[in-house]
Write a protein of this length. Sequence first.
Length: 236
Amino acid sequence: MNGPNACQFCGRYVLQVPGWTTFVKSYRMLLAPWDPQEVFLEGSFHHSCLRSSPYRREFRADALRQLTQGDHDVEVEFEGRTRQQRRPGMAFTEQVFFGASGELFRHANVDSWVFVEKDGPWHFLSADDVRTLAAGSPLRKSSEAGTTRLPSDPGESVAEWTLPELLDFLEVRDLYQEVLDRLEPEYTFWEYNAIAPKYFLDYSVDCVQPLPAELAAFCATYTYRARSLDWQDGDA
């Protein structure tokens, strides 16, 4: 499939589930070396697909540059020419943990962290999230109620479907089986609107975050000190 719901790596449908998928806006200016038609990435991907992609090392290296610096220049090719393009950075400049599963960075100014897996996917953490991990409790996150465009009309019975039934309809249950088996998802249907040929589903999902045990163990020993410039407490 094509469009914003197509995984950038496998091409199959992406149902957004926190900790399991990511949607990247073009203004982030992450490079897309696998797509000859695009310079920067705009779209979704399953974390499992990124982990198995032959581009995962390149993608992670570029994502790290964008996540862990302030504004900086990147080299891009456009219309046969190479040029420098200024890119906004996210300023998670302080590395506080390095392990077999990935790295944890803290923001330069606010109480926010990002954990970057060794194979590419990243997870934003708030101060409350870090405290939850430090206490040894499972960290749950909920997607905000959002709208996704379905590939065809599921009918009004979609309002009664469970998450497995929705995934079966989208033909991606295999990509989310671990969510169903291990992450204790709570799926909420909000609204369905059919405006043929467009079919829109409003939903949300709350689930345990698939973070490694070594990250939780580190958080249990991490000395948390609030940033002096904190004016917000939340995800980046």
